[in-house]
Ligand binder design. Sequence first.
Ligand SMILES: [Cu+2]
Length: 164
Amino acid sequence: MTTCSSVSIFHASFSNPSGVVVNKRWQMWMGQMAIAAGLASVMACGGGDGGSGGPNSPSGPTVSSTGSVGAIGATITITGSGVSPSQVTVSVGQSIRFVNNDSRAHDMSSDPHPAHTACPSLNRGSIAAGQTRDSNGFGNAGTCTYHDHNDDTNGSLKGRITIQ
Ligand SMILES: [Cu+2]
């Protein structure tokens, strides 16, 4: 059990009736300070569950995934020359569609390589020649960049998606 004695100390000092006439404004100010201090000590004592979002928490994705395919906001075609267009803009909740018109497979994946963690919506596996693949929906506004995981240093197979 956690001890938070400061709360009861403050409570005692203000529940003790006194014959001395105290300036009312001063009394109210002291009361507010006691409440503030009491709340602060409760919050300080209440910790210990580790919480989330603290400085030691692992950073999540830059743009979350809705977990399912949304309306197609943009179509990106892959050929032997690379991706086109390399920069597109879609709305929050929408997906992008990759059309692989090249003669080899491409594995379009979120940056950074090889973790692929920034925009998990994009990690939809290898797209065989002639096939089409839709991303999952983008869950919030932001910027997603991607690469071909099979050819991660090829600049013509990198692109940028702005979600707004
Ligand atoms: Cu990769």
